[in-house]
Design a binder for this molecule. Structure first.
Ligand code: SAM
Length: 303
């Protein structure tokens, strides 16, 4: 058995025996593992990615059983790609700070943290208490430094600006109109789009020169509220890249996603940068993927 399989089997057997919700049981199994009272059978050289993947398999099973449509975990294919992009943008810089304002299970955040390196730390926000407990225990097992806030991320956040904000944005209407009035992207009529407000909040918490990397609905710039988004982005951000994800990753056209990369403007004026407009090839096509990643690397190197 591989380390990833051993971890999944350990958690799954624990969860099947426990008289708990499967996701709750994962938290308990991980606690036992940390206390070393019950542990999976692993080789000495187990990697952080093996640990992340093993737990992720159990979380996927738990999410299916509890049908959590609003808490969809970011799939590995997207997490690993964003990890690659974030590590290229981080370059040689030490002590990179990250923010994920909609951290969920942490799968996206940990893919990124595992790819950057050990000198990375993060702040994470999530409204769902169970997901925070789940994400926090995984962070502990991975020995990643993550500070959690359990709250509505669109309320004021006590978080210092970070180098890179990443987020698989929650998509839909934001019901708290009073709070939404604090945002430039509040709708003229009716509720604002939560995903728009999340972009604004994320850029507010990113350092000048820092990046925001967002998983967005593929139709972000064509939606009914896009008219407010365009001028906002022009004034408050530099659009660095728009990357279309393969349609095969999604159930249907309405669920298709892209990756938007923004940079927060510096104080000093800087020359205009190229916008990378790209399409991720079918991920099983290794040659095409290698060419695509090379294109990303060349773009990131230009800074
Ligand atoms: N990247 C996450 C992962 O890998 O598990 C998945 C993020 S999921 C697409 C969006 C998350 O945003 C959900 O877990 C949801 O509970 C959270 N969320 C939605 N509205 C929120 C809000 N106003 N404040 C904080 N979290 C919120």
């Amino acid at each position: 058995m591989t380390n990833t399989e051993s971890i999944f089997t350990f958690i799954d057997q624990y969860a099947e025996k426990a008289d708990l919700l499967y996701l709750e049981a994962i938290v308990e199994a991980c606690n036992k593992w940390i206390e070393a009272s019950e542990v999976p059978n692993l080789t000495d050289n187990v990697s952080k990615e093996e640990i992340r993947r093993g737990i992720q398999l159990a979380v996927l099973k738990g999410m299916k059983e509890n049908a959590q449509p609003h808490h969809q975990m970011t799939p590995d294919s997207i997490g690993i790609l964003i990890g690659h992009i974030a590590s290229k943008l981080a370059g040689d810089k030490e002590n990179i700070t990250l923010l994920d304002p909609a951290v969920g299970t942490g799968n996206l955040l940990f893919s990124v943290m595992n790819t950057i390196d050990n000198s990375v730390s993060a702040s994470a926000v999530e409204i769902d208490d169970l997901l925070v407990r789940l994400s926090a225990i995984i962070a502990e097992l991975l020995e990643h430094q993550v500070a959690y806030l359990v709250q509505d991320a669109l309320r004021p956040l006590l978080i210092d600006p970070v180098d890179i904000t990443i987020s698989d944005l929650p998509v839909g209407y934001y019901p708290d109109d009073d709070n939404a009035l604090n945002y430039e992207l509040m709708a003229e009529k009716g509720h604002a789009f939560a995903h728009h407000l999340f972009i604004e909040q994320s850029m507010n918490h990113t350092k000048p020169g820092g990046y925001g990397i967002f998983v967005i609905p593929a139709n972000l710039f064509e939606s009914e509220q896009a008219a407010k988004l365009h001028p906002f982005l022009k004034r408050k951000a530099i659009i660095r890249a728009l990357i279309q994800l393969p349609a095969t990753l999604f159930k249907n056209v309405a669920h298709e996603k892209s990756i938007l990369i923004l940079q927060k403007p510096f104080h000093e004026s800087r020359p205009m940068k190229d916008v990378l407009l790209a399409q991720v090839p079918t991920m099983s096509d290794k040659k095409a993927m290698a060419r695509f990643l090379q294109e990303i690397d060349e773009w990131a190197e230009k800074g």
